[in-house]
Design a protein around this ligand. Structure first.
Ligand SMILES: Cc1ncc(COP(=O)(O)O)c(C=O)c1O
Length: 411
């Protein structure tokens, strides 16, 4: 990777990034007022339109063959509705730049596109299934190698980093087990070896966690999830504070062409206005649902970083504003109990995805992670009977009653 040398220095990467941000005067590393800015920020719109319109233009007029008529040329390069969303996402993330892609996977692929033949990646063991596939099957074809380690242990990351390591790639909280990675510690490990750190921030969303402020070089979101928030658009983003990285990511966006279209940009931008309000409710409901699960005899183990007993609780309390809208659990009755439990739910829908207003339940080994081999599932710690719940913003009592109904039904 030749994009950028993360120069070795005595100061921690978190300190360095904070200093960089204040030098650039982005004013975005202050999460206060994010909910206000999310509603009011945006471009100057024609005709005093309160909301940025859907600009369904592929191309823009030139004044002459040598002079553009205005700011825009061709929509794969720049487009007003998408650029508006990108400005909002950059602000959310405490970044200076963000690029919006056709999906979370396209955004993750843009991060991996920074790699060159001969580069090595240190990545988490428990990753979103397609992210795992990109690293296991696609990028090795281009000479990239990968080591999967327990990234919740910064020493394991440090030990796995080699001379040729160009990128450390983590999710936190992880999918589906909600393990927590200490972003600042892992950033320091990566930077000490001149490697970059990219964080998939999808499970937290920038309302709860801002990886760039903790030292990460790149923060990735599946906008499909909390930022969009309504399960009606697929999208992704990459944010950074580094101008060189931003230029490389934009080049990938333009050359590979996996851009977010104007309609999806509009939907995600609309959803983003209520991110903080939704997230507050997601977190409150999840606390109630996790407590219900934890006290029920049908449940064996609950994975929820809000519990003091969770191994990542302390780090989560330090780096997240709250503990999020996801909970995973194993039932005492294993796979059969998981199948019966999800079938017994009435309010909560069986579906993949997460982060929308509606509560969704899934069994990762049978659904999102169905392409994992038994060995890969075991390595990622995913029990065949694990249930993952994305807790929506319905009324708390209704959700608790539904979960109780499902659990009582399998006793
Ligand atoms: C953690 C995580 N990252 C990335 C993705 C991929 O996002 P998308 O479906 O928008 O491509 C997902 C999808 O579920 C995810 O859970």
């Amino acid at each position: 990777m030749t994009v950028r040398d993360t120069s070795k220095s005595d100061e921690s990467t978190a300190d360095r990034n904070e200093a960089d941000a204040s030098e650039d005067d982005v004013g975005a590393n202050d999460s206060d007022g994010l909910d206000t800015r999310a509603i009011h920020s945006g471009r100057e719109n024609p005709n005093d339109a309160l909301v940025t319109p859907i600009y369904a233009n592929a191309t823009y007029e030139y004044d002459s063959s040598t002079r553009l008529g205005g700011e825009y040329r061709y929509s794969r390069m720049d487009a007003p509705t998408r650029n508006d969303l990108e400005a909002v996402v950059a602000d959310f993330e405490g970044g200076t730049h963000a690029s919006a892609f056709a999906s979370g996977m396209a955004a993750i692929d843009a991060v991996f596109s920074l790699l060159e033949s001969g580069d090595h990646v240190v990545a988490g063991k428990s990753l979103y299934a397609e992210t795992y596939d990109l690293l296991a099957d696609v990028y090795p074809k281009y000479g990239v190698s990968v080591s999967h380690v327990d990234v919740t242990d910064p020493d394991a990351v440090r030990d796995a980093i080699r001379e040729d390591t160009a990128l450390v790639y983590v999710e936190t909280p992880t999918n589906p087990l909600l393990r927590i990675v200490d972003i600042a510690a892992v950033a320091d490990a990566a930077h000490a070896a001149d490697a970059l750190l990219a964080v998939d921030n999808t499970f937290a969303s920038p309302a709860l966690q801002r990886p760039l402020e903790l030292g990460a070089d790149l923060s990735v979101e599946s906008l499909t999830k909390y930022v969009g928030g309504h399960s009606d658009a697929i999208g992704g983003s990459v944010a950074t504070r580094d101008a060189d990285l931003a230029a490389e990511i934009s080049r990938t966006q333009y050359t590979r062409g996996a851009i977010l279209g104007p309609f999806e940009s509009f939907l995600v931008r609309r959803g983003a206005k209520t991110l903080q309000a939704r997230m507050d409710r997601h977190c409150r409901n999840t606390r109630a649902v996790a407590t219900t699960l934890d006290s029920h005899e049908a449940v064996d183990t609950v994975h929820y970083p809000g519990f003091e007993s969770h191994p990542g609780h302390e780090v989560a309390a330090r780096q997240m504003a709250d503990f999020g809208g996801m909970v995973a659990f194993e039932l005492a009755g294993g796979v059969d109990a998981a199948t019966s439990f999800v079938a017994g739910l009435e309010t909560i829908t069986i579906a993949e995805s997460l982060g929308g207003v509606e509560s969704l339940v899934e069994v990762p080994a049978a659904m999102t992670h169905q392409d994992f081999t038994k060995a890969e599932l075991k390595d990622a710690g995913i029990d065949p009977g694990l249930v993952r719940l994305s807790v929506g913003i319905e009324r708390e009592d209704d959700l608790v009653a539904d979960v109780r109904r499902g659990l009582d039904g399998i006793l």
